[in-house]
Write a protein that binds this ligand. Structure first.
Ligand code: CP
Length: 308
């Protein structure tokens, strides 16, 4: 297995099954251990060109809890990008101020470009509609913890599968674990062709649907996503699909889902998850968000070579 030290975290496709399992195992050790001084003196740069609550703050919290410190920005307007500085130039400069870069940017491929421009590790915190690999690590960690393993699960993906970068990354990752996948979306927000082609090439079992009803009794995990208004070029297209799914505890009970079904969501939610799910046995999304801490601690410790 390739070492994680000095490694960029750009796409979940860059990781083998063994590497995914290694990082998940390390996350468990980190969650249960004390590593509070291992990153003393190290600096993380959080470069957020798009809004974020969970990813930015959990990376910051993870770094500080490991003894490190954090610099960065969360709005483009306060940076020299507005004067015309390129992303490549910006990260080359910032490389001199820190040990690791966490980047969220609206361009697909931005994290790869940044990683090619610098010698320190770059962690992709979401590049447009493309990938969000650290979210996928924490999604897998949550599935593993709630279901006791990753192999052979029936996983429903519900909502915006076209623009939802978290579902793109997760579908790829689960393809290593004999999952059967159900892609449930409006016709205009189906999984992109390249992901469908990849799953076909790998002989992964999947079905595309436009409603949850017919497979509701089969699934072990239901991964919901928000219909992302900000990704639509045409507001009319958004109006036609908003409110596509509204899950609630009474609805899932009525559909006869498995008693141990877990509902995940990368959050933020708008109206797709009713609050009746929050404290129900189905709702695992708040736990999922909290799992960002051990998983991002494990990622920082390993790419900075502080643990193996
Ligand atoms: N899940 C996620 O990426 O949330 P944020 O956009 O708040 O970081």
């Amino acid at each position: 297995m390739t070492t994680f030290k000095s490694r960029d975290i750009i796409s979940i496709k860059d990781f083998s099954k063994d590497e995914l399992l290694y990082l998940l195992d390390l996350s468990g050790k980190v969650e249960n251990g004390d590593h509070s001084a291992l990153l003393n003196g190290r600096i993380l740069a959080n470069l957020f060109f798009e809004p974020s609550t969970r990813t930015r703050l959990s990376f910051e919290s993870a770094m500080r809890r490991l003894g490190g410190s954090v610099i960065g920005f969360d709005e483009v307007e306060s940076t020299s990008t507005v004067k015309g500085e390129s992303l490549s130039d910006s990260v080359k400069i910032i490389e001199g101020y820190c040990d690791v870069i966490v980047l969220r940017h609206f361009w697909e491929g931005s994290a790869r470009l940044a990683a090619e421009s610098v010698d320190i590790p770059v962690i992709n915190a979401g590049d447009g509609a493309n990938q969000h690999p650290t979210q996928t690590f924490l999604d897998l960690y949550t599935i593993m913890k709630t279901k006791g393993g990753l192999e052979g699960l029936n996983v429903g993906f519900l909502g915006d599968l076209k623009y939802g970068r978290t579902v793109h990354s997760l579908a790829h990752a689960l393809s290593h674990f004999n999952s059967k996948m159900y892609f449930i979306s409006p016709p205009t927000l189906k999984m992109p062709e390249d992901i469908i082609d990849e799953l076909n090439e790998k002989n992964v079992s999947f079905v595309e649907l436009d409603s949850l009803e017919e497979i509701s009794k089969e699934i072990d995990i239901l991964y919901c996503t928000r219909i992302q208004k900000e990704r639509f070029a045409d507001p009319i297209e958004y109006e036609m699909v908003k409110g596509f799914s509204r899950l609630s505890k009474p609805l899932l009970d009525e559909l006869g889902v498995k008693k141990d079904l877990k509902v995940l969501h990368p959050l933020p939610r708008v109206d797709e998850l009713d609050s009746s799910l929050d404290t129900s046995p189905y709702g695992a999304y708040f736990q999922q968000a909290r799992n960002g801490i051990p998983v991002r601690k494990a990622i920082l410790l390993s790419v900075l070579g502080a643990i193996s």
